[in-house]
Each structure stands twice: as C-alpha cells, then as structure tokens.
Design a protein around this ligand. Sequence first.
Ligand code: ACO
Length: 325
Amino acid sequence: MGAIISGTGHYVPEKILTNKELEQLVDTSDEWITTRTGIRERRIAGKGEATSHLAIQAANRALESAGVSPEELDCIIVATVTPDMAFPSVACIVQEQIGARNAAAFDIEAACTGFIYGITIANQFIQNDFYSKVLVIGADTLSKITDYSDRNTCILFGDGAGAVIVEKSEENRGILSAKLGADGSGGKLLHQPGGGSLNPASVFTIENSMHYIKMEGNEVFKFATRKMSSSALEVIEKANLTVEDIDFIIPHQANIRIIEAASKRLNISKDKIFTNLDKYGNMSAASIPVALDEAVRNSHIKKGDNIIIVGFGGGLTWGAAAIRW
Ligand code: ACO
C-alpha cells in the first residue's frame, strides 16, 4: 500500500507587482533583482484577500483534478506562516468553505518547507491506515508581512496557494521516501518578531516594524545551497534510486542562484529542474505545490516519472521527498 498524489491545483492573485514598480518603492533596479534572484514579477493579494481565499481556490482545483468530492476527505493540512488570524486555523476555514464536513483540519508551520512537512504527515496517516484521502495545501500571503521599504526582502516575496490530494493506493508508485530537518539555532536569520506571545501586537511593535519579515539574506543563501543538495541526495538514496534515475526536480523557488548552485552540487542538468520564480517570486509554503501543479498541467511530469521535491525555509527548516508519479 502506498500514498499517491492523485490531484493537484493552484491559485495566485491577479495583481502583478513588477520589478519596475519596485524601483518606485525602494532603491533597487530591475537589472539587480533579475540578475541576483531571477525574479521578474510576483503576485500580490488584494486588500481583504486572505490566505484562506487563495487556499480554497487551490483546494477546489486539486479536488477536481483528483475526481474527489469534499465529503470524501478525511483530513485537511494547511502549511502557512500567514494564517488569516491566530485561530481558527486556515485549515478549519477551508474545511467549512469547501464543504469537507467529514475532515479533521489543522495548520502546520515550517515556513517555506511547510508543504514538504505537510505531505510527509499525510503520507504517515495513510501508511498507518488512519486516513485514505488527505488534502494538503501550501498557502501564504507574505506580502501582508513584508516591509515595502526594505529592499533586502520586498523584492523576493509573492503570494499564492498550491494544493494536492494524497490518497491511499495499491499502485506501485507514490511517495517513496522523505526527509525533514530543522536547526532552531538559525531561527533569528529569518523571523517575524512581532504579533506573537513574546511581543504581542502593540503600538510599540508597530512603531518598530516588528510585524515584518526580518532576514539575513546571505546566511540563508549559504544554508539553502547546502541543504537543498544534501536533502535531495538523502531521499534519492533512501528510495534506492540514483541521481540518474531522477526525471524531474521541483525545488523551492527562492532564488535562481540557489537552485543553480544546488543543481551543480547534484550534478543534474538544468532541463530537469522546474522553475517559475520569474513569474511569482518566493511564495513560501506555496512555492513547491504551485510549481508542482504547473509542471503536471504543462506535461513536464508524466506518470511513472521519478521526481524530487526539495525546499528550505525559516526555522530554520528543510526537507525533501522522492515521489514516483
Ligand atoms: N537592490 C539593489 N541593491 C541591493 C538590494 C536590492 N533589492 N538588496 C541588497 N542590495 C545591496 C546590498 O545592500 C549590498 O550592497 P553593499 O555591497 O553596498 O553592502 C549588495 O546589494 C549585495 O548584497 P547581498 O545581500 O550580499 O546580495 P546577495 O547577492 O546575497 O543577494 C539576496 C541578496 C537576494 C537576498 C540573497 O542573499 C538571497 O536570495 N538569500 C536567500 C533568501 C531566501 O531564500 N530567503 C528564504 C525565505 S524563505 C521563508 O521561509 C520565508
């Protein structure tokens, strides 16, 4: 018995924020952003458009592509660092809105690695015969916590949601192996200090911009290139495969230079690596499932292909999974 991904879907907001527009906000240039990151534009959620709104659209598309009705779902897991509010969870909001009345629902938080944590949890539920059909969503609206006067961060992030249905199957394919990791000592390299129980929302936290993402870009960069390649290799070995057996890699879409450095370390050709960060930037937990859905819908991924999803993020966290499609 295995856990296959039987359907995928994604949604991004309509509003586009280009590099040229960012030139009006901070001291930067289209040329700097493109050469240092590979990002050309990103999507931004509108006023009143919350993470759950994006997640619901992605979920409905994934359900449709899997041919699964909302009532059949046993569980909904949403990976996000930008929930609509502290509670209820985004997963509970999605559960109500899509009519998944038989599903348990909860959020998890592992920043940009959240989707990989989510499908690994779903895989365990299915392998243990606890659930048969789990909806896993990666959804974030980082624009809501981005300081558009900080050129170190505001050029990087965009909003979006991606979803998959993880389903019990007797077929000889599905999630083959997974690896999750964390190093809390790097927490300060990427964090949002205000608004939680340590620094509850107050005039002080707002005046000191504590509700925005703070990042040590260089340190995150070095950590990311190391972990992307090592965790991909670990899941390849764990699945009894070699790098040559891999048909496609879907990496977290943070920076084209991180992806290129990791692919060099893995010694895998660029045409086997999916990227869409030029259009969307870094969408945190949504990056991998949005890329996965685009790769499936554009027929880059075909049944029987061996694929790797791999990512890193705040926490610090990292993870990878090998999947036979
Ligand atoms: N426009 C123009 N110049 C800039 C900009 C900008 N937007 N941002 C920084 N600079 C300047 C810096 O001030 C610096 O100037 P100086 O040399 O005069 O001091 C110079 O450019 C070089 O800065 P670096 O920080 O060394 O630039 P780097 O090549 O490292 O690129 C970047 C910065 C893009 C942030 C890179 O470090 C990166 O991608 N890091 C990883 C970020 C990431 O992946 N975060 C994950 C978030 S995941 C999550 O969990 C939310």
